[in-house]
Design a protein around this ligand. Structure first.
Ligand SMILES: NC(=O)c1ccc[n+]([C@@H]2O[C@H](COP(=O)([O-])OP(=O)(O)OC[C@H]3O[C@@H](n4cnc5c(N)ncnc54)[C@H](O)[C@@H]3O)[C@@H](O)[C@H]2O)c1
Length: 389
């Protein structure tokens, strides 16, 4: 039986563009998706480079203006893989044109933009939206979510998360868009903390109500990419913050781009009233689970290899123990979006969820400036007495 086709148009073709392209190409080979993605068109700004990317990554056409891509009749889903300063304009135009939207994280560079995007999504109820928090789609992470939801850890009391990298350790590393507030919004906050804030809220099943934060920029200028002099770094290199979640859990977060030896070190732990669980991206096929009550001498953390057919996503791939990698998370992401489009159920995390993450990031930025606890509430109201005790 041939599946219906659904057209995809993607803006940006570099790091995330490559990761998403291979997801769109492969999802129908491994998952029984309701519609087969057709890689209709890719969009960049340089004609030769965009055409070369289209040829290499398997896209049928190349566009040089995202407005034209968004309007194409053969595009049903717009996939936004550009820096944060363009997310809002592209996503809002796509929603107004009646397209479904997958948008890379963080949802936007500012809270105002994120609110406009969530409002555009709410005004287009037939369109599905998704923010590309791909780490939700690691099978081990999805298993943790179901263990928490089943109550296996009891009541969640602590979330402890860090996300550390070291790629710009060399002060001579160039001043890319990621170091420019105009283009990136923030540094490690939007780039790294967005992921672990989303994971913390998703895994604990509760939103963050308030935070207190500090940020630091250690390397304050870098060589311009043109090679012609140096320019200021206008974003944070690192951020540390404490948080209270609604319902009483507490959390700590640490993110840095300047942690030597940590290439892509995302680590998260949850402690509940009956047990604990940890996940380490550098060992992404595993969880470490502690369940109180096993009794001596067997009590302790035990490792589970999350590659069994009954584990989330894993059964679509290889036999048990034939491990998965980082790129599979993007395949799972587009599988879940295609399923949501097919069924009409909301995609998760949608733009409303992305906006909640943005509220936390905004509170982190504010708190680092004011040196006070800052609320994530939309109206700036402090959490109600008792709601976060
Ligand atoms: N989910 C993840 O794990 C993850 C990892 C890295 C980056 N990201 C996010 O993905 C997004 C892109 O990051 P990246 O690392 O792929 O960046 P990148 O610099 O590698 O690629 C950016 C792409 O956007 C294109 N572009 C920029 N402005 C454009 C415009 N106006 N019109 C058309 N094309 C334009 C560039 O030509 C390039 O192809 C960011 O939001 C980033 O935070 C997510």
């Amino acid at each position: 039986m041939t599946r219906a086709a659904i057209g995809v148009g993607m803006v940006g073709y570099a790091f995330m563009g490559r990761a998403h392209s291979q997801a769109w190409r492969n999802v129908g080979r491994f998952f029984d998706v309701p519609a087969e993605p057709r890689l209709a068109a890719i969009c960049g700004r340089d004609e030769a480079a965009t055409q070369a990317a289209a040829d290499r990554l398997g896209w049928a056409a190349a566009e040089l203006d995202w407005r034209r891509l968004v309007e194409r009749d053969d595009v049903d889903i717009v996939d936004v893989c550009t820096p944060g300063d363009t997310h809002a304009a592209i996503a809002v135009a796509a929603l107004e044109a009646g397209k479904h939207v997958l948008c890379e994280k963080p949802l936007a560079n500012t809270l105002d933009e994120a609110e406009a995007m969530a409002a555009a999504a709410a005004a287009a109820p037939a369109a599905r939206t998704m923010v590309a928090f791909n780490y939700r789609r690691v099978p081990a992470v999805a298993l943790i979510r179901s263990l928490v939801a089943e109550g296996r850890l009891g009541e969640i009391r602590h979330v402890r998360a860090r996300y550390l990298q070291d790629w710009p350790l060399d002060p001579e590393f160039p001043l890319l868009w990621r170091f420019d507030r105009e283009q990136a919004g923030t540094g490690a906050i939007g780039d790294l903390a967005s992921h672990i804030v989303d994971l913390a809220q998703h895994l604990a099943g509760r939103p963050i109500a308030e935070v207190t934060a500090l940020t630091e920029t250690f390397i304050r200028e870098r060589p311009l990419p043109s090679g012609d002099g140096r320019g200021p770094v206008t974003v944070d290199d690192a951020a540390l913050f404490l948080a209270r979640l609604e319902g009483g859990a507490v959390a700590t977060f640490e993110v840095s781009r300047l942690a030597p030896g940590h290439r892509n070190g995302l680590w998260i732990e949850l402690n509940g009233s009956r047990g604990s669980v940890t996940f380490d991206l550098e060992r992404l096929n595993e969880i470490e689970l502690y369940e109180a009550g096993a009794g001596a001498p067997a009590e302790g953390f035990r490792r589970t290899l999350v590659t069994e057919p009954e584990h989330p996503y894993a059964g679509a791939w290889w036999p048990p123990g034939h491990i998965l990698g980082w790129e599979h998370t993007f395949v799972h992401e587009v599988r879940d979006l295609l399923d949501a489009i097919g069924s009409g159920a909301p995609a998760e995390p949608d733009f409303a969820s992305g906006l909640q993450v943005q509220r936390v990031l905004d509170a982190v930025v504010r708190s680092a400036r004011t040196r006070r606890w800052e609320t994530t509430a939309p109206d700036g109201a402090q959490p109600r007495e008792g709601s976060v005790q």
